[in-house]
Design a protein around this ligand. Structure first.
Ligand code: DLL
Length: 436
């Protein structure tokens, strides 16, 4: 396979040169952070009073971690480090507690972010001849505008369709010959189900690729989308605190996610001890943004679980790869004392051909015990009126789940298209246990 590079020099930079570049950027971003009272206080407490107090990359370990709570407590301008008149855009994520975290961008920040997204898109094999339908929410969420600007930078024709309204999406795909789409994996599965329902013929579409991200999904879900839609699906990772999408992306080798290390400094730590874990092992991803001046964020605890690969990628890029994010330290459910990530359930059910595209995990209290119910749609070829095979299927799903997660769930089967769908990030867990 021949691989294409957006910025070959940077993407294949020898490790020592890449690290030298990171150190220069880190000094600059620390100097920038010291313009905010939050970091002045935090950093001076550990003896860092200027960018020059960072002498090598190991000095990163002296910098205290930043959490979502810190960012919230600084709302709205606590992390802004340039004059307000230099800010050209903001993005925000509302999170679950309601207080948003806001990220500000200067013109230079938008330019740099855009080039990382363009690099990501190009790494999957796209060129200016592609027609790109951006089927994700525009607005304060970074997925819409981030990919929009990146797609234009590559030179593709960008259709800003936003998410939702599958009938209109199909019409746009057919009218303009869309070759690439971007969506959450759950929306892609929904699109596929709607295609069947609305009788859209695959041979009328020119689709060849999709970028899927913004929420965790399993390798089996990727395979399922690829097989059902006959396209290549590339995993796309990012978060608003690190600009948005374009932080880590799969290349044509589809070998998990290259972290763009000239823009984002990555560490994997044990979420309990906060000590670094060896390469290859799973831990919490901690990121420092090296490419933004308006809102510097150092050693941000993402809560995302990942690990670094040690083997090089056949594409020749020197930027280390991250394992597919399987969950977050905080979406972990504890069911009668057993730790469970929703992704473990997804892995089991998505590998079963008779299971449809949508599912929901319900957690309830029954007396003193926790009880989980896995509600899943069945595939279109399963007849809902025929109870005997349905019961056999239900029992098979239950047994396979129990063997894998060591918890005995209830299983409910639902008609295709009957469970609620979300156009953005999917809600997969409904935890109805009373709050302690
Ligand atoms: O979701 C940015 C984005 C937009 C990424 C479009 C990819 C595509 P936030 O709304 O701040 O930003 O949510 C970030 O989503 O910490 C992860 O928990 C999760 N996430 C994002 N991408 C992936 C992925 C955007 N590929 C949070 N796999 C992150 C698993 C993902 N989880």
């Amino acid at each position: 396979m021949t691989y294409q590079y957006w910025n070959k020099e940077m993407e294949t930079l020898e490790r020592s040169a890449l690290e030298a570049y990171q150190l220069t950027q880190l000094k600059a971003v620390v100097a920038q952070a010291l313009r905010t009272s939050f970091y002045r206080e935090r950093l001076s407490a550990v003896g860092i009073r200027s960018g020059e107090d960072i002498q090598n990359l190991e000095d990163l370990g002296r910098i205290p971690f930043t959490t979502k709570g810190d960012l919230r407590s600084g709302f709205p301008y606590g992390f802004l480090s340039i004059p307000k008149e230099e800010v050209v855009r903001l993005h925000a994520s509302s999170g679950t507690t309601g207080t948003p975290t806001t990220i500000y961008f200067s013109k230079g920040d938008i330019r740099r972010w855009t080039s990382f997204v363009a690099r990501s898109i190009y790494a999957t094999g796209c060129t200016k001849t592609d027609v790109f339908q951006n089927m994700i929410t525009y607005g304060l969420f970074t997925g819409g505008l981030g990919f929009h600007f990146g797609g234009e930078e590559v030179g593709m024709l960008v259709i800003p369709s936003g998410s939702g309204n599958t009938t209109r999406q199909f019409k746009l795909m057919q009218d303009f010959g869309t070759t690439v789409v971007h969506a959450t994996p759950s929306f892609l599965l929904h699109v596929q189900a709607k295609m069947q329902e609305e009788g859209v013929r695959r041979d009328k579409l020119k689709l060849i690729r999709a970028f899927a991200g913004a929420e965790p999904y399993s390798e089996d879900t990727r395979t399922r989308i690829e097989e059902l839609l006959t396209i290549d699906v590339y995993n796309s990772y990012g978060l608003s605190e690190m600009n948005g999408p374009g932080v880590a992306f799969e290349c044509q080798a589809k070998n998990d996610l290259h972290l763009w290390e000239d823009g984002y400094l990555g560490e994997i730590v044990n979420p309990k001890t906060l000590e670094p874990v060896p390469d290859g092992e799973t831990g919490e991803l901690v990121l420092t943004c090296l490419c933004r001046e308006a809102t510097p964020i150092l050693r941000y605890r993402t809560r995302d679980l990942s690990g670094f690969y040690t083997e090089p990628c056949p594409c020749g890029r020197t930027h280390r790869r991250l394992h597919r994010i399987t969950g977050r330290t905080d979406d972990m459910l504890i069911i009668n004392g057993v730790n469970l990530f929703p992704s473990q359930i997804e892995e089991v059910i998505m590998a079963m051909k008779e299971v449809g595209n949508n599912y929901l995990i319900l957690v309830e209290k029954e007396g003193v015990l926790d009880r989980i119910t896995v509600k899943t749609e069945v595939g279109p070829e399963v007849f809902m009126d025929d109870t005997r095979p349905l019961n056999t299927l239900k029992e098979r799903i239950r047994k396979t789940l129990q063997a894998s997660i060591t918890i005995n769930p209830r299983v409910e089967l639902h008609q295709p298209g009957s469970l609620p769908v979300s156009e953005g990030k999917a809600t997969r867990v409904l935890d109805q246990r009373p709050k302690r």
